[in-house]
Write a protein of this length. Structure first.
Length: 301
């Protein structure tokens, strides 16, 4: 049995309480209503983008890292948290992204046993700004009231970092935790390709880690990174446990392994750059001509 509430003009709209799940719409100040659910929308055409360049300082002996995933691979695709809930859909390019749809699923604040869904709609397009590649992947940030969000771009998926506290929408009586992997509908995943790609991703990660281990004796930062790696498998399992069909295919594990590899490659490039700078500095000190002491110089005159 469902209950309907009339829209609130003061900025937030709660609509349609159905069964045990509440569906509400959060409208940012002055926002126009969203298009009805199920209405056809033409996905934005992806802007052609070249493959991002790799970090400087890579050794010729190491395997060439694949190009970082581009936003073009996500444009227009419906992304679901853990392949089953919420909705994230974007348009744009590698410089600026527009969040066209953002639907967050969660639980009631007053009654956690009740599920809820919040649609976020803005007066202006919700823009997400590119903040670079701090961990090897393109990262975007969007300043959304009550729930600022950032995500890293993966191949066909977006990774939102875990948040310490939940996003609370008081007007909708809903709290959500958007952290996790937003990817394709889990029920649509099939085939052996994912299993093969994951095996290759594991090999790539191990190879980069081996190069970092070789520097651990001389670099405390590298040593800490190697120690942190021992906890990665468990953290990955925890993060991916809820992804649909994960136990069968390991899609989430594949994407998180790729994200971890990108981070390790970035740190390795930083170690190499720091090592090259130190070597150049040491060489400069050795080749600099020594000046004669003042007393010796005076005695030769």
């Amino acid at each position: 049995m469902s209950r309907r509430f009339r829209p609130l003009i003061c900025g937030f709209v709660c609509a349609l309480f159905a069964a045990s799940e509440t569906h509400a719409q959060l409208m940012l100040p002055g926002a126009a209503p969203a298009a009805p659910q199920g209405a056809a929308t033409a996905p934005a055409k992806p802007k052609p983008a070249g493959a991002p360049s790799q970090g400087a300082g890579a050794s010729a002996k190491s395997a060439k890292a694949p190009a970082a995933p581009s936003v073009a691979g996500l444009v227009g695709r419906p992304l679901l948290l853990n392949g089953k809930s919420g909705l994230l859909q974007i348009s744009g390019d590698d410089k600026m992204v527009t969040i066209d749809k953002l639907q967050l699923a969660g639980e009631g604040v007053s009654d956690p046993s009740q599920g809820c869904v919040v649609d976020i709609v803005g007066e202006k397009p919700i823009e997400a700004t590119n903040v670079g590649r701090p961990d090897g992947l393109e990262r975007f940030e969007a300043d959304i009231p009550a729930c600022p969000i950032s995500f890293d771009v993966l191949d066909g998926a977006a990774l939102v970092p875990s948040q310490i506290t939940a996003c609370v929408f008081k007007a909708a009586d809903c709290q959500t935790s958007p952290g996790g992997l937003w990817g394709p509908n889990g029920s649509s995943l099939a085939g052996d390709t994912i299993v093969k790609e994951r095996a290759q991703a594991e090999k790539s990660m191990a190879k980069v880690l081996q190069a970092i281990q070789a520097r651990a004796a001389d670099s405390p930062v590298a040593a800490n990174l190697v120690r942190d790696q021992t906890a990665f498998a468990g953290q990955r399992d925890d993060a991916c446990r809820e992804y649909v069909k994960e136990s069968l295919l390991g899609y989430c594990a594949l994407r998180l392994t790729e994200a971890r590899t990108a981070l390790l490659e970035t740190r390795l490039d930083e170690f190499r750059a720091a090592g090259a700078a130190k070597a150049a500095n040491d060489k400069g000190k050795k080749t600099k001509p020594k000046q004669k002491p003042a007393a010796d110089a005076a005695g030769t005159q």
